[in-house]
Every structure is written in C-alpha cells, then in structure tokens.
Design a protein around this ligand. Structure first.
Ligand SMILES: Cc1cc2nc3c(=O)[nH]c(=O)nc-3n(C[C@H](O)[C@H](O)[C@H](O)COP(=O)(O)OP(=O)(O)OC[C@H]3O[C@@H](n4cnc5c(N)ncnc54)[C@H](O)[C@@H]3O)c2cc1C
Length: 289
C-alpha cells in the first residue's frame, strides 16, 4: 500500500508530480475518499501516490470566454448551482447532487473524471456538447466530453494529465424549451436512478430547428444519439405527435439499462412524451416542469 501524498504549490509542480510520480489528483475527495475508506475516523489508504489539488487557484473560476462558459475543474457543485453564467440544466443538476455539505466539496472535475454512468453533471454537459481542456507537461489539448467518457469509470485522461476546465459552447439561437429531471430514492443524498436532460428549439414559423436529449443511469454510458434526435428536427412542431411513437421507439433503442430495465425504459418514455407534448401546446418559452 502506497501512502505518499503531495500538496503541490502551483500547476507547474502538479503537472511535474503527475508525470514523475503518477500521483492521482484528489479534489473534493467525495468519490476517492469513500472508495478507499477503511472505517470511521481512520485515514483512507490509496494504492497509488495522491496529490491534493483543491487549493490550486488555477482550477477555480467560472467565466464567459468568447461566448462560451468556462468552468474550472475545481469548481464545486455549490459554486456552479449559484452561478448565473452556467446554463440552467447544469445548475439544476448541480443543485440536486447529494446534500449541501457534499455540494460544498464535490467538484465538476471529480464528477466528470470519476466517469460513473450515474454521475449527474455529465448528462446536461453532454447535451450541451461540452468540451474538456486537459493539461500535461507537454501542453494543452481539448477533447469533447463524448470522446472523453470512454465507458463506466473509464476516461481518455492520460496518466500525465489533469483536467483544467469544462467548456460549454454557446447555443444560438437559444433553446425554446428545456427540461431536466433526476429520479432518485430521496430528494437529497440520492444517486440518480435515472436522469433526463432535453431541449428543443422552435423558430418563429413553428419549425423544430434543434432537439437534443441525454439520459443518465440508463446504461453503461450516458445515452445520446444525434441520428435519433434528428428524427424530430426540420419538422413543424405540430407534427411531433404523429412522429412521437417512432421517435420513442428509436430512443428506447439507445438505452441499455441493466437493472430495472422496464422501469427505466418506461420512465424515460413518459418524460420525453411529457416534454415534447408540453412543447407543442405551451405558448410561452422557458423551462418545462
Ligand atoms: C453522500 C454522497 C452523495 C453523492 N451524491 C451524488 C449525486 O447526487 N450525484 C452525483 O453525480 N454524484 C454524487 N456523489 C459522488 C461524488 O460526490 C461526485 O462524483 C463528485 O462530483 C466528485 O467530485 P470530487 O471533487 O469529490 O472528486 P474526487 O473524489 O476528488 O475525485 C474523483 C475522481 O476524479 C479525479 N479528478 C478530480 N479532479 C481532477 C482533475 N482536475 N484532473 C483529473 N482528474 C481529477 C480523481 O483523481 C478521481 O479519480 C455522491 C457522493 C457521496 C459520498
């Protein structure tokens, strides 16, 4: 059992440690400390060196840059839920994670890098086509969240890299209606049984110009498929009802729930039906409850 831990003073030292020792970053520790716990009041032991990164200012800050929202990997769920710069579904997902005490510690970087298929933030982030910025001593690269999340608990993060920030591109024109729903056992401190984030854009002529939907906890990966979404794009909003059965069947085909498949499939169907039918009938723009 390795017990080496580092507290780098800046990014340069953190990246050097990452390359030379393979130290694994700890941000809020709410996944890592729990996964390696040894009992109440006993310090966890890790099978690799670790480095604490929560003190590094370079991982902080939520900014608007060239119309895109940049969220530092070390931003906590609480910082995200109260930021007006962050798109509504991401704020909403952050606000429903754990309890307040968890949201004060848990970071977006940890949620994304832990790569759990039940993680909440990647669902709206994937729907919004988010990209990630990764740094190593060799330089910086960007990767789409979709390519980063390789599988359950598997990412494209290299052993010498750190996640620096999550970048959310601007959506133009803005979505007409948005939906986010998390289903858990309780209101607080519940891991998602299912989550769904959806958005639709309807132009002034009543044509659907964009539609997106991502499902969490409905398979080994977050489910999103552009070809299925395109079944509802380029049609008058009034034609949604007749397209609904074929669309819902196709969407069902991208889900792969292992536990409680009937519940997860039928709940997803009902949420999508509700969202799309409300979008047809509701006169004002905004968030659908
Ligand atoms: C009681 C409880 C309730 C929870 N409820 C929820 C919930 O409702 N929804 C949900 O999605 N999750 C939930 N979680 C899981 C966890 O809190 C989240 O996944 C959280 O966002 C992890 O962030 P962290 O900063 O604590 O990660 P850490 O535990 O510090 O790290 C997690 C992983 O990310 C890596 N990592 C962290 N930062 C970086 C970086 N900058 N670069 C590269 N790798 C990095 C670490 O090395 C590690 O592999 C819960 C956990 C607990 C204990």
């Amino acid at each position: 059992m390795v017990e080496t831990s580092y507290i780098p003073k800046d990014l340069e030292e953190a990246l050097r440690l990452r390359k030379e020792t393979g130290a694994k970053p700890i941000a809020g520790g709410t996944d890592l400390m729990v996964a390696h716990r040894r009992g109440t009041g006993v310090v966890p032991k890790f099978p690799w060196p670790v480095m604490i990164v929560s003190q590094l200012a370079v991982f902080k800050g939520i900014r608007l840059e060239d119309g895109e929202v940049s969220i530092g990997a070390g931003c906590t769920c609480h910082e995200i839920e109260v930021s007006e710069l962050v798109p509504w579904p991401v704020r909403m997902a952050a606000s429903l994670m754990g309890a307040q005490s968890l949201r004060n510690l848990a970071t977006i970087g940890g949620n994304v890098c832990n790569a759990s298929p039940k993680a909440d933030l990647p669902v709206p982030l994937l729907m919004l086509d988010a990209r990630l910025e990764l740094a190593s001593v060799s330089g910086i690269r960007q990767i789409s969240l979709n390519d980063f999340l390789v599988g359950p608990k598997k990412t494209a993060l290299r052993d010498d890299e750190l996640l620096m920030r999550v970048i959310i591109p601007a959506v133009n024109p803005a979505f007409t209606y948005l939906w986010y729903r998390k289903i858990g056992t309780r209101r607080a401190n519940a891991i998602s049984k299912l989550s769904l984030c959806a958005a639709i854009t309807i132009d002034t002529e009543g044509m659907v110009t964009d539609f997106r939907s991502a499902s969490g906890a409905a398979g080994p990966r977050i489910a999103r498929n552009r070809m299925v979404e395109e079944m509802l794009i380029g049609i008058p909003i009034t034609d949604i009802e007749e397209r609904l059965p074929a669309f819902l069947d196709a969407y069902d085909g991208i889900l792969a729930p292992q536990a409680m498949p009937e519940y997860r499939r039928s709940s997803t169907r009902r949420m999508l039906e509700h969202f799309l039918r409300t979008a047809v009938t509701r006169p004002a723009h905004g968030i659908i409850e």
